[in-house]
Design a protein around this ligand. Structure first.
Ligand SMILES: NC(=O)c1ccc[n+]([C@@H]2O[C@H](COP(=O)([O-])OP(=O)(O)OC[C@H]3O[C@@H](n4cnc5c(N)ncnc54)[C@H](O)[C@@H]3O)[C@@H](O)[C@H]2O)c1
Ligand SMILES: [Zn+2]
Length: 384
């Protein structure tokens, strides 16, 4: 018997650009990225809500490519938001278009839309020909400051988020800040929760900056918003490129701070609760729990709470109180589901201080219940 274990690593480059007016005639960012890759064809997928908000976008894209050596095959407008992840319809459409327009592994699928749209189109691109190049244009705050610069895609199945999907490094990501300003103010603001999250787990100075600018951020002041999105995106990207576990093979998932409860709340609400809103509630639950567990000082939690409040982030949701068939809080099952999704040992990141996380491998259900009761009481007080 013989056995050879031959380790190898896969070279990858995470190309991330920040700009305004990416499809303006004088903006060469996309053109240079595509032309330097040597591909010849491109297929654009544009989310319907973005096409509606930017009625000239389709023709600007056509115009842009007429000055490029890359042949634009089509601009397909398709439905986005969570509905596009509910079935494989959009994924199949991407496969059909890739086949029809002869998009090979050196050509590009360019996806322009929110996080849900990018996830579904990205999965189609990652599985057509075992992976054609994907260029992402995230158009929401959450997708620009987090998911769009990530290396995952997917659609929902079996009533669970992102159950089908793959890890795949996009060829490039372009954060065109202009798109941020056509979102509804609520979607725009809530998406900043992922910036608060990454600051809390990675960078105390960034958290202090958010704290100092909380009112401007809550008011969506243009320059402050864009700066916050950029800093968050770069932290997320840095974690992937130098955190040592880009494809999440280990059990530790610092960027999923607050997410075990968030995923469960989204699911309990039938996805009526947005990812961002659910993360805000889940994050605040884990902050309150960190205090109960004796890890985080109450004054630090109060600082975080003030930031959430000033920025208008939800700090409680009725789904936290929902009971399962046995009369237990349904959200508690989120812990085991979180472990299952990651595989291996349960690992949840809690906080020792802003900017400093700590992994734990179990959570005390009593302290979770008590934290939820505190959150409810605080919420009732603010409403009174
Ligand atoms: N792949 C990952 O690593 C990862 C990480 C986190 C979240 N996600 C996924 O991202 C999704 C959430 O993304 P999201 O918060 O961007 O929500 P979303 O994609 O649902 O978009 C929110 C809403 O804004 C609209 N919209 C998008 N861009 C717009 C624009 N520029 N102007 C006007 N309207 C616009 C959309 O049509 C939608 O109605 C979830 O499905 C979540 O699971 C994926
Ligand atoms: Zn998230």
């Amino acid at each position: 018997m013989e056995r050879f274990d031959l380790p190898f690593s896969i070279p990858a480059t995470h190309r991330i650009g920040f700009t305004h007016g990416a499809f303006g005639a004088s903006n060469s960012l996309l053109r240079e990225l595509l032309e330097s890759g040597g591909g010849r064809r491109a297929l654009v997928y544009l989310e319907d809500a973005v096409a509606d908000a930017w009625p000239d976008l389709s023709s600007s894209i056509q115009q842009y490519f007429s000055h490029s050596s890359i042949a634009l095959q089509a601009v397909n407008i398709a439905q986005g938001a969570e509905a596009c992840k509910a079935s494989d319809a959009l994924v199949r459409q991407v496969w059909e278009q890739v086949e029809k327009h002869k998009i090979d592994r050196h050509s590009y699928v360019i996806a322009i839309g929110g996080g849900a749209f990018l996830d579904a189109v990205g999965f189609g691109a990652a599985t057509a020909h075992r992976g054609v190049r994907l260029v992402r244009f995230p158009t929401t705050t959450l997708s620009q400051d987090d998911s769009g610069v990530g290396v995952k895609n997917g659609i929902n199945a079996f009533g669970k988020k992102n159950w089908i999907g793959s890890f795949c490094v996009p060829y490039a990501v372009i954060n065109d800040f202009d798109f941020l300003h056509s979102q509804s103010p609520e979607v725009c603001r809530l998406g900043l929760i992922e910036a608060i999250k990454v600051a809390l787990v990675k960078d105390a100075d960034f958290f202090t900056w958010i704290e100092e600018n909380a009112a401007l951020l809550g008011a969506l002041e243009k320059g402050t918003l864009e700066e916050c999105v950029k800093r968050s995106a770069l932290w997320h990207a840095r974690h992937i490129t130098s955190g040592g576990d880009p494809f999440e093979m280990g059990s530790s998932r610092p960027l999923d701070f607050g997410h075990w409860a968030a995923h469960k709340l989204e699911q309990l609400s039938g996805f009526a609760l947005s990812h961002a809103a659910a993360v805000s509630v889940g994050l605040w639950l884990d902050v309150c729990y960190s205090v109960r567990a004796g890890l985080l000082a109450a004054e630090s939690a109060a600082r975080i709470g003030r930031v959430l409040e000033i920025m208008g982030m939800p700090m409680f949701d009725e789904w936290l109180l929902h009971r399962d068939g046995k009369g237990e809080l349904a959200v508690l099952a989120g812990l085991e589901e979180f472990r299952e999704h990651l595989g291996g040992q349960l690992t949840v990141l809690l906080l020792r201080a802003p900017g400093q996380g700590v992994d734990v491998h179990e959570m005390n259900p009593l302290w979770i219940r008590e934290s939820i009761a505190d959150m409810k009481a605080a919420c009732a007080q603010t409403q009174a």
